[in-house]
Design a protein around this ligand. Sequence first.
Ligand SMILES: [Cu+2]
Length: 270
Amino acid sequence: MRPDLAEGSEVGWLVDTAIDIVTIGIIVVGVLSFIIFIYALIRYRRTRQPFALREAPVWLRRIVYLDIAVLLFDLTLLSFNLYAWHEIMIDADDQYLLRKAQEEGAGFVRVQVVGRQFFWAFIYPGADQTFGTTDDYTTGNIMIVPENSYVVVDLTAKDVLHSFFIPEFRVKYDAIPGQRTRVWFKTTEPGTYEIACAELCGDKHYDMRAVLRVVSQEEWEAWVARRSNGVPGIVSGTLHAFGGGEHRQKSFSSSLSHSGSVSVQELSAN
Ligand SMILES: [Cu+2]
């Protein structure tokens, strides 16, 4: 029905199910409507029924049952979507997610994400867990997060509208200049995923993509320790196999300074 896409986040099924309900609903309603339409075209064609009926035949009046079915479908869709919306957007403030992480023994990570023409910068709060201090560090076009963790993304843009899109995590949210938006996901296992920009933001929009690397807890801790010790933030990585069966490989090296300027170098692309 929808393209088969690996699922990296634990709440992705809410988005998938909402899409499935809509898809199944419109197929059922669409097919039923066409059957009735085609039946009416044949049964009431001019040679058989030269004059308009003054009243609908009895069976046709009962079509009201279809209305009831549509109403039930709408209620199903509405209640499921409200539930998904509540789970993903309303209930999920930082305190709630932090509590959940503690209960489940999962990690909790906060990352600031800045979109600009045409790359993504990821700012980490450092060992003190506070943004805006000297031990913050930034990566360009590569986002690193630990496995089995709640990741809260604080999102903004420097120049124009961008949209932070991680297909495998069913995450897509606007990055707006001058505003902070917030989105979160929960990682499961280590893996490498694509981050894209889903808002036409200029002539290199197509190239505004980054890599999301979900790493093991040990790798994560080692990385945080290295960064927090003031080691110049150089991150490199290789991205294998974007979705869609097409195999691509890209190597990145991104460096940054503590003032927050980021340079990203694409080492090779094929
Ligand atoms: Cu963009």
